[in-house]
Every structure is written in structure tokens, then in C-alpha cells.
Design a protein around this ligand. Structure first.
Ligand code: NDP
Length: 311
């Protein structure tokens, strides 16, 4: 049995670099690198960011694809992936904390009027705009998985009223947790900030269209770090132009890198960041090796994806 590393993201990490990271965790295991030129019966697990039909054809006994990242929507949607192949993803405590801090940082930017002060400095204008008090503001966190839960708890620590939303019911200290599609409009109407960290699934794709955006509290700010497909961009721009929404902070987009002619770049009420809300995943390398060990031993895998629900 062999683990194959085929990162498929040349600008990020080389196959050999990841092999050198993983080999000490699996000293007795053969770790192959690169796209096999011909079929290899020995490969049972592939660690990659994406795969091609050729890669699957040349690994006829592959049982597990370990995604080198958190989102698995493109893998699940790939028709070349046989039904029996399992998928695991990375779930990093460090990255989760980074994304929670990203949400907090941008919420505090609005709480403390930092954009207003930036503009006033450029005009040399001494305008004392008072900060908003956290205890008077409500943050809605959409997605209460690994990342959303940490974000919700962070906002509780900072004194906000916190509403949370997920598919199945949850209990988190200090958070008013709600679940199911029918609970979403009321949550949006009550939230001054909406922080979305949802996976891309058929249910979440284009969820934020004009009809849902219309439920948001006037002047509210939408912050999305999950997947860009959550939002219908033209409807978001219309809601901002009409003044229904106060602002949007977007880290993820339908097309990445965001094309330079995309209007999101230049909208005065939109802040764009280039998919950097979560970056650090160094704490996950051991999980890849552990999944190889568990696969071989027939034990439950870490962070296995449910191919039916899509996350
Ligand atoms: P998890 O799988 O741990 O959590 C997903 C959460 O979304 C769960 O609470 C789940 O509900 C909820 N959810 C899914 N579908 C629905 C739905 N239809 N209605 C309501 N709630 C729903 O994922 P993570 O927290 O680790 O990550 C979330 C997503 O963030 C990833 O899928 C990825 O796309 C994105 N991401 C972005 C990064 C970036 O750099 N910007 C980095 C890492 C991740 P339930 O608990 O009931 O299952």
C-alpha cells in the first residue's frame, strides 16, 4: 500500500516538500510523488488539492482522496470520482482561529468606524465619530462547524449578542443557536453583522439572493469567508446601492482570482480580500499521516466528508 502525493498547486507546495514533511510521521511507508505515468496498483490514498481523470485512471485501487484544504465541493462534483472512493479534508485549529479573528477584525473595523477615520484623515478632517458598543450589537454566525463555533465563541467573549445558524440543532454557551432554512430570515433581520462560514453545497449556492438579502437589517454588514457561491453578486451590489445593506466584506468569490474588471473590486461599500482569511494549516500534516494509518487499519477516518450532504 502506497500513499501518493500529487499536490497539483505548483504555486503553493511542491510534492517533494510535502513528502519530506510526511515521511517522519510514516517512516515505514512508501510515499510516492507526482502524477503516475502508468497505472499503479499499490496506491490506496492520494493527497491532493484537485485531481484529474488521468490520475484516477492510473490509481485503480485508490480508496481515499485526502483534500489538501477544507472545501471539497469541486471534488464531490467531479464525475470522474468513483462512488466508492472516500474523501477526507483538512480541518485546522490554527486556520479556524485565524478565520474567527478575521471576522472579529472586520466587525471591529465597523464598530470603531475605522473606515470613516481613514477617509477623514485623507481630508485632514477632525471628526469625532463615537464607537458603537459591542453589547448593543448582534452578530449572526452562519455555519456552526469547526470554524463557525470558534467565531461565535469569540464574539461572545467580546460582549456581542450572538446568534448562530446551522443545518442541525446545536448548543453553544452564550449563543442563541437556530437551525434550518425557516429560521434564517428572522436571524438575518436581527443581526447587525452576518458572518458566513458555510460550505458550498446545492442548498447554500446562491442562497443570498435578492429575496434573502431583503430580510437583512437595514445598514447591516455581510462578511463572507466560506465560499463565494453563497452570494448572488449582482443582488448584493443592488442591495448595497439601494442602501438596504451597510457594507460587505468578501474573502471568497465565484471566480478566483477575482478578475480585475469585476465590479466587486471597486464598489465603495465592499471590502475585498484575496482568500486569506484562513492561511495556516501547518498543524494538519499529522492528520494526513494519521488518515493513511487509519485507512490501512480499517479505523474511522479524521474529517471524512459526507458525499451526500456535500461537506
Ligand atoms: P464544517 O463542516 O465543520 O461546518 C460546516 C457548518 O455549516 C456546519 O455547522 C453545518 O451545519 C453548516 N451548514 C452546512 N450546510 C448548511 C445549510 N444548508 N444550512 C445551514 N447550515 C449549514 O466546516 P468548517 O467550519 O471547517 O468550514 C466551513 C467552510 O468554510 C468550508 O466548507 C470551506 O468551504 C470554508 N473555508 C474557507 C476558508 C478560507 O480560507 N476562506 C478556509 C477554511 C474553510 P451542521 O453543523 O448542522 O452540519
Amino acid at each position: 500500500m502506497t500513499l501518493l502525493i500529487c499536490v497539483n498547486a505548483t504555486e503553493w507546495l511542491q510534492d517533494e516538500e510535502l513528502r519530506d514533511i510526511l515521511q517522519p510521521y510514516l517512516p515505514d511507508v512508501e510515499i510516492a510523488v507526482g502524477h503516475p505515468e502508468s497505472p499503479r496498483d499499490d496506491i490506496t490514498m492520494i493527497a491532493c488539492t484537485k485531481f484529474s481523470r488521468g490520475l484516477i485512471e492510473n490509481t485503480p485501487n485508490v480508496q481515499l482522496i485526502q483534500k489538501l484544504g477544507a472545501g471539497v465541493e469541486t471534488m464531490i462534483a467531479n464525475p470522474d470520482l468513483p462512488d466508492h472512493v472516500r474523501i477526507t479534508r483538512l480541518s485546522s485549529a490554527a486556520q479556524s482561529r485565524e478565520i474567527a479573528e478575521y471576522f472579529l477584525a472586520y466587525v471591529m473595523r465597523f464598530q470603531r468606524n475605522m473606515g470613516v477615520h481613514d477617509d477623514n484623515q485623507r481630508k485632514a478632517a477632525w471628526v469625532q465619530t463615537p464607537p458603537k458598543l459591542n453589547k448593543n450589537m448582534t452578530v449572526g454566525v452562519l455555519g456552526l462547524g469547526t470554524i463557525g463555533r470558534i467565531a461565535a465563541e469569540l464574539f461572545v467573549d467580546f460582549g456581542f449578542d450572538v446568534l448562530g445558524w446551522s443545518r442541525s440543532p446545536k448548543k453553544i454557551d452564550g449563543v442563541d443557536c437556530r437551525s434550518g432554512m425557516e429560521a434564517l430570515p428572522a436571524l438575518l433581520s436581527a443581526s447587525d453583522y452576518v458572518c458566513a462560514i458555510l460550505p458550498q453545497t446545492p442548498e447554500t449556492t446562491n442562497l443570498f439572493d435578492a429575496s434573502l438579502l431583503a430580510h437583512m437589517k437595514p445598514g447591516a454588514v455581510l462578511i463572507n469567508a466560506g465560499r463565494g457561491t453563497l452570494i448572488r453578486d449582482e443582488d448584493l451590489i443592488a442591495a448595497l446601492d439601494q442602501g438596504t445593506l451597510g457594507g460587505a466584506v468578501l474573502d471568497v468569490f465565484h471566480d478566483e482570482p477575482l478578475p480585475s474588471d469585476n465590479p466587486l473590486w471597486h464598489h465603495p461599500k465592499i471590502i475585498v480580500t484575496p482568500h486569506i482569511s484562513g492561511w495556516t494549516i501547518d498543524d494538519c500534516w499529522g492528520d494526513i499521516a494519521e488518515n493513511y494509518r487509519r485507512l490501512t487499519a480499517g479505523e474511522p477516518l479524521l474529517h471524512e466528508v459526507d458525499r451526500k450532504t456535500g461537506y
